[in-house]
Design a protein around this ligand. Structure first.
Ligand code: SF4
Length: 290
């Protein structure tokens, strides 16, 4: 839940999730629709699906335990390099480090080098004996992340109080590196086309979008456009910007009053829906039906 999401936002979701699924087995036996409902509003819904799929694999194939070997942890749905290393350190106390943005910054400051000049895997391998000589690797990995978040912060690191300032090249150097430039996220243009039943206050949604993000969810029709060009034969409603997952979208919203809809569509109202619909779709409802 905490991937790309703040702790404060996650806490009520996490508590509700544990109330509903107190064990891994309880989660594995759940329907996907229930898991998504409990995730509603958190976004990045692929995480919920992967978590459910992972719980089923762990219960059915690994006796409800996390596999020991990194290679097998990485086979679980949604588990990449970072998560696999974090799990291996936190759960099995394995000598490994999960490299997130905070950890990268700490190393790059200590070496006074840009992040993209550092081969982190090699760096850890070379310094394995010094870095990982502990029986409490889970605490060490957590501490490293927290150190980056609280002391060696992105802006105004707390150098005077830092316990490793004597070995930090950034602190000691007159020529401090200026930080790694964050790549700008490219904005994509979309037309969103809504069939509306005005009398019943309903919108037709479809799962036929092939977006990559928000995949297999009920949405109005998305059409990617190259030059923000307008859509013929539809009524323009408004333009707005939206971020979904790590995408930034520039959206032109269109509608058409209709009682008949193409076969892949289903009518939805804002309130009474048994099926899960993402927060983004609800936002469109509010905009277009007000
Ligand atoms: S001395 Fe400053 S820059 Fe260096 S590790 Fe400590 S907080 Fe980070």
């Amino acid at each position: 839940m905490l991937q790309q999401t703040k702790v404060k936002t996650v806490i009520p979701y996490f508590k509700a999730f544990l109330r509903n699924f107190p064990t891994l087995k309880a989660l594995s036996l759940s329907k996907e629709s229930k898991v998504l409902k409990l995730w509603e509003g958190l976004g990045y819904y692929r995480r919920a699906r992967n978590l459910l799929a992972t719980s089923r694999i762990l219960v059915n194939e690994h006796n409800s335990k996390l596999p020991k070997e990194l290679i097998n942890i990485k086979k679980l749905p949604g588990v990449g390099d970072y998560t696999a290393n974090a799990l291996s350190a936190f759960i099995h106390e394995q000598p490994t480090i999960a490299i997130d943005g905070n950890v990268k910054r700490v190393f790059s400051r200590v070496l006074n080098k840009n992040e993209n000049e550092i081969d982190y895997k090699k760096l850890i391998e070379i310094n394995k004996t010094n870095l990982l000589e502990t029986k409490r690797n889970s605490d060490f990995v957590e501490a490293l992340m927290e150190f980056g978040a609280l002391i060696c912060k992105p802006k105004e690191p707390k150098c005077p109080n830092c316990i490793i300032k004597n070995m930090c090249k950034y602190f000691k150097s007159d020529k401090k590196f200026q930080g790694t430039k964050v790549l700008r996220v490219k904005i994509k243009n979309y037309n969103i086309l809504c069939y509306i039943d005005k009398m019943k206050k309903k919108i037709a949604l479809t799962k036929k979008n092939n977006l990559g993000f928000l995949d297999k969810f009920y949405l109005p029709l998305f059409e990617e456009t190259q030059n923000n060009e307008k859509k013929k034969n539809w009524t323009f409603h408004s333009n707005f910007k939206n971020s979904i997952s790590n995408k930034k979208l520039n959206i032109n919203l269109y509608y058409k009053f209709s009682f008949k809809i193409p076969s892949q569509y289903k009518w939805f109202s804002l309130k009474k829906n048994n099926e899960f619909i993402p927060t983004f779709t609800k936002k469109i409802f509010k905009k277009i039906l007000k």
